[in-house]
Design a protein around this ligand. Structure first.
Ligand SMILES: Nc1ncnc2c1ncn2[C@@H]1O[C@H](COP(=O)(O)OP(=O)(O)OP(=O)(O)O)[C@@H](O)[C@H]1O
Ligand SMILES: O=P(O)(O)OC[C@H]1O[C@H](OP(=O)(O)O)[C@H](O)[C@@H]1O
Length: 197
């Protein structure tokens, strides 16, 4: 974990958390489309050590050695490991937050305490999906092998996000329903920024 001294940026980081397959990328993509042209809202492009050939969210890819080198050179605002992969949020995100913007990132439940320490104004969001729906969606996506799917489903149950300020969005229904709920949350954060400004 890349630990730096905590700061209190003018902007707000909205982090989308939830088990693999719960729909984090789906609602982020929906919001990106809906809010296209909004320069105050940054959709953070992650750096992941996942093979670039694997169909996944639009992320930058580095191998482990290059990721480590980039991390040591200060390229990341925040990093973590999961599923045998390394993930990084680029340091440009901090520049956007320092200017008072809203940044939206796909994050890890395991890192919530560290994220909160580093971003005190963090807005955490999670998706609620029934276990059988989750299993079916991961399998239908076809991105992972059977063993990897089993490991992801096991990990799905390992984290109880017990935090009072958590926004829970139901994603058992159509993706647009959860997507619209997420856009409403972003608009609320944006309105709060304008009220303060
Ligand atoms: N409401 C929904 N209805 C039907 N399918 C959905 C819905 N939400 C997401 N999906 C599908 O479920 C699969 C998993 O969704 P998605 O990739 O967005 O999840 P994720 O939380 O980002 O997963 P990961 O953390 O593994 O990247 C995708 O194939 C997506 O199209
Ligand atoms: O289980 P937890 O710690 O919540 O999340 C672990 C990681 O898994 C997912 O990534 P992906 O499925 O590889 O895109 C999340 O985005 C996170 O980075």
């Amino acid at each position: 974990m890349a630990e730096r001294s905590p700061r209190d940026p003018a902007g707000t980081l909205i982090v989308v958390l939830g088990p693999s397959g719960s729909g984090k990328d789906t609602i982020i993509d929906f919001a990106r489309e809906t809010l296209r042209g909004r320069s105050d809202v940054l959709f953070v492009r992650r750096v992941v050590t996942r093979d670039a050939a694997v169909q996944a969210e639009d992320h930058d890819t580095l191998d482990e050695a290059a990721f480590l080198a980039a991390e040591q050179a200060g390229a990341f605002a925040f990093t973590w490991k999961a599923h045998g992969l390394s993930y990084g949020l680029p340091s440009s995100m901090d520049g956007h937050l320092a200017l008072g913007g809203i940044a939206i990132a796909n994050g890890s439940r395991a890192t919530l305490p560290d994220l909160r320490r580093r971003y005190p104004t963090l807005v955490p969001v999670t998706l609620a999906v029934a276990p059988d729906v989750l299993a079916a969606r991961i399998a239908a996506r076809g991105r992972e092998s059977e063993a990897e799917i089993a490991a992801r489903l096991q990990r799905a149950e390992r984290f109880a996000l017990d935090t009072p300020d958590l926004t829970i969005i139901d994603n058992n229904g159509a993706p647009e329903i959860a997507g619209r709920a997420f856009v409403r949350l972003i608009e609320q954060v944006s309105a709060r920024h304008h009220a303060i400004a």
